[in-house]
Design a protein around this ligand. Sequence first.
Ligand code: SF4
Length: 374
Amino acid sequence: MEHNVISISGGKDSTALLLLAIERQTENMQAVFADTGHEHPQTYEYVRYLEQATGVPIRWVRADFTADIERKREFVRTKWPAMLIAGKPEKPGYWLAQVGAPANDNVPKPTHTPVDPYSATTYATWDWMPAVRGIAPKSEEEAAAVVERALAVLQPTGNPFLDLCLWKGRFPSTRARFCSEELKRNPIIEQVQLPLLDAGDDVISWQGVRADESASRANLTERECKGTWESGAELWNYRPILKWTAQDCFDMHRKHGIKPNPLYQQGMGRVGCMPCIHARKDELLEISKRFPEEIARVAEWERIVSDVSKRNSATFFAASDLGVVDNDETVLGRANIMKFVEWSKTSRGGRQMDFLRADNDNLPLCTSIYGLCE
Ligand code: SF4
């Protein structure tokens, strides 16, 4: 038997994917929504609307990090005291030739250190592997205080995104992008696909990705076998809207009388985590104007996750993006999400406040980068 598992995110692409599956009268179809715990309430409402409007049941799955957090508690209790007392020396950065880059005698290995050695950068065909900051040795009492502070908050909250960050002691970033795998991919594989594969049934995993979204997506193929299980069953990735444009996806909504996620009419280029770690400057500004409560929630998460970080500092966006070197305990005060919101109101590379950008009082009801406003 073959099962078609359609991943739903509440965005335009996965909605178009679901509508395509319905249009083709796909058999043995199940729609699945992986709830990260960090979506906007309008997205949750939209997923419920989609279920009711299409008549296709949508199963919600959530990652559970209870066991990981329990293991981390034990690690913090038994290993952190000695680690904090010993401190950690800084690991210097270094230049590495880019994988697959053609030999170029004109560009020998650079000898300079980048201005910010803690952030990745490139020079011709060379990648800078960032330096890793050290941790200053602590006294026994200071180490005990850090451990006590961490154990006080290191408890599962039931929110997948926050629990993931508590377990890791940090937020995901564009360079350490563990969130989509842990919060979206793994729960769908573990809770939906694996039981089917173990039972000997093939799984076709429908994915709403489009080639024009990024260079890496442009290299994807429409069909790809991901492996054969011991049971003999096969897992396939299927990307039927790979060659579609964003407009094709909205056209599909119109064709089936399905309204798009309302966030697209409120200045959002993508829906999903609010905000996403990849949020652009304009997007962050729009979120802060329309949904300040989402920013406040993340600010509170920064405070909580900082308590389980050895440096007592965890920022949602990379501190180095604001030019803040996070090698001391003041970084949260200097690069928290509120500071990024302030930066989003500026123009000229962040040096000058742009009062037009910062104007909160004249928000149009509809702003859509996809031209969805009537
Ligand atoms: S990449 Fe963005 S949308 Fe995806 S899980 Fe991470 S924060 Fe959420």
